[in-house]
Design a protein. Sequence first.
Length: 394
Amino acid sequence: MIDVADHLAAVLDAVEPLDPESRDVAAARGRVLRHPVRAAVDVPAFDCSAMDGFAVRDLAPATLRVVADLPAGTDLDPRMDAGDAARIMTGAPVPTDALAVVPFEDTARGLAGGVESVTIVVSPRGPGAHVRRRGSDVRAGDLVVADGLRVTAARAGAIAASGVGTVTVSRAARVAVVSTGSELVAPGAPLARGRIPESNSVLLAGLAEEAGAEVVLRTSVGDEGDGPRRAIAAAEAAGADVVVFSGGVSAGAYEVVKNTLGDLMRFDRVRMQPGKPQGFGRTPEGTLLFGLPGNPVSAAVSFELFVRPALRALEGDVDLGRAAVRVALAAGWRARPERVQYVPVALDRRDPSRWLARPVERGTRGFGDADGLAVVPPGETDLVAGDLVSVTLW
């Protein structure tokens, strides 16, 4: 058997990042930046008011003459002499002659006051009070978002605010998902003796899409014949970068992936539970091939450990993993000396200061309630309730 880290390393060594493309920043959310984004303009682009109120020259309480009305978007820069004030809205340019902004609530009548004069009752704390200086957030040329980071809504907003309209990102990885097994029928179809609903392609396609990939093919093949090769040909015709097989990779007599793709894939036993049988390879055209176990939970765990990092590496993402936390087990767990175990757990968050990880019911129904995977390292000593484990969060 080989270690999980060795199998993952072999996968990542075969990954070549996808070609970048240009996108409008509004259409780039969810994609990975391939070049750093630097501000095109100062933010703010001018000294502007941080409050609705009055721009003033005088810092002492006084009744001042209102000489201008400045809404956001105005290009006015009125002259202000001693005793003058300008009514100003948040975001409007502060007059060159003004020293500070007094909020409406620090005046005698606030917004209800007259347009000709205003009485200041609370002095501003000093020059620059409630004024956002030009470039105080970002200067033109400053780094806004580094390359290798995924564009979130907040990052897209920061990029747009810095005056950049187009970014260079990776396209989504294209994935084909292929379930194997002559026993499979479509979900909802009548079940004859020995047949079961096909669910792995639904599960794995969903995981691929949640990882940011585009699913271009979802199909199943039987346990005999050259179905896997035909599926690869169809996947490559659809532009797939990755083909994910489930089933057909173990030690049985009808392991169709293992029996037909031995020239393209290597099949190993990995020191993990679930998911010991794993296959991986690459076609002459460069398409990545994954062979995952057929058990749905084993397939999902294997996807998390190997396929998902590969999809993110294809995009050039600097963060290949998921967030993990240290959580106390709610119940004991038997250790395995030769394998690391990945245990689907639900998190009890009722006590914010002490989350608990509770193993879910075995099988696909319980797996649907899991919040993540608890990692139980190999060992001779069983874990007991209260022991801390690392939980990878979904």
